[in-house]
Write a protein that binds this ligand. Structure first.
Ligand code: SF4
Length: 360
């Protein structure tokens, strides 16, 4: 039985006058024994992942899953999980799943005091930007991103000096500091629309070089790029994908636009993470290979049992820093809090909101 200290809503309101994690009362670390009761109470969750998590691993995971789900109620917390999180997080403890922007937007609608971001640091910052009054936690502060760390706000200021008057469009996979220096943000699904929204002949689209090259094939606007790369997507090669196609007749290859151009050329479909998921669920190919982070195929496979997924496994080491034990620690100890300097936050939020308003 999980033991947690429950507080009344009045106590929570009183505590709410304090700032940061100090406004929430302490709770005890729950029991992590795998009992018959835990097995029974988590059986419906194992049902969701039984095709991708071996039964022998569940007794280790189940006590954490139970404790996290109990503590979410006590803390009035919501867990956001990116599509690249492992199946036990994505399917068993998350309240909202999706790409980074979908997560932050959905979190703004949630009646929660606390957001636990199961993803990387720039995603937690975006959640904080769109949810300034909520306590945003990331279970491992070290969960970074090769793309986000390829550029700084100072780099963007230098680009503006070098290309005066050229609009700066920043991919959401960037720090708040970089977003703050931008005219507008974009995602991989709306990048073409955002770039064309200025009505200018040249636009800076940073920092993902391959996304910029992909967008350049879809528009007449001249795109200036930055040499940032996602360390997961840049590892795929056209040769390996063609070899998979030859070995698996009828295989459909679905790529993310952060992949190198020669990889996109051999793909049957290219789209954002949510676009890839939609394509697979709508088309239901007999065999599919998702050219993206490894866990996403596992997460979709758990929901689409009829599809044979071929999986070249490129894991994101940053995403994999988030684990069930760290999520539980995060909820118990309210760590690590994600903050954004208010002056930076106002400008970064404006760049994100310009994109959201453009979309609608
Ligand atoms: S998958 Fe790539 S873009 Fe996403 S967090 Fe990992 S390194 Fe960054």
């Amino acid at each position: 039985m999980t033991e947690v200290q429950v507080t009344s809503s009045q106590e929570r309101r009183d505590a709410g006058r304090l700032s940061g994690s100090g406004r929430f009362p302490p709770v005890a670390m729950p029991s992590l024994d795998y009992t018959d009761a835990v097995a029974r109470q988590t059986a419906h969750l194992y049902e969701r992942v039984k095709d991708v998590i071996p039964a022998i691993e569940w007794p280790v995971m189940a006590p954490y899953v139970k404790a996290i789900n109990d503590l979410k109620q006590v803390r009035n917390a919501v867990i956001l999980a990116h599509n690249y999180q492992t199946p036990e997080i994505y399917h068993c403890v998350a309240d909202i799943v999706g790409d980074s922007l979908q997560l932050a937007q959905q979190a703004a609608k949630a009646d929660a005091d606390i957001i636990v971001q199961c993803g990387v640091h720039f995603m937690a910052e975006t959640s904080k930007l769109l949810n300034p009054d909520k306590l945003v936690l990331i279970p491992d502060q070290r969960a970074g991103c090769s793309l986000a760390s390829s550029i700084t706000g100072a780099d963007v200021r230098l680009l503006r000096e070098r290309y005066p008057g050229v609009p700066v469009v920043t991919y959401v996979n960037t720090s708040a500091d970089v977003k703050a220096e931008s005219d507008i943000c974009c995602t991989s699904s709306n990048a073409v629309q955002v770039v064309e929204s200025f009505g200018k002949d040249t636009v800076l689209l940073i920092p993902d070089e391959y996304l910029a090259k992909y967008v350049a094939t879809k528009t007449d606007v001249r795109i200036l790029a930055w040499k940032g790369h996602c360390e997961v997507h840049e590892r795929f090669t056209a040769e390996e994908l063609l070899a998979y196609k030859e070995a698996n007749p009828g295989l459909e290859i679905i790529a993310h636009p952060e992949c190198p151009p020669e990889v996109i050329e051999v793909a049957d479909f290219t789209g954002s993470t949510s676009g890839m998921i939609k394509w697979v669920k709508d088309r239901k190919p007999a065999k599919a290979l998702l050219v993206t982070e490894c866990s996403m195929a596992s997460n979709i496979a758990a929901e689409t049992p009829g599809i044979d997924f071929i999986r070249p496994c490129n894991l994101c080491p940053h995403m994999k820093r988030i684990t069930l034990p760290k999520i539980l620690d995060s909820l118990v100890e309210l760590k690590d809090e994600v903050t954004v300097d208010p002056l930076v936050a106002d400008r970064a939020r404006a760049a994100v909101e310009r994109m959201v308003n453009l979309k609608s």
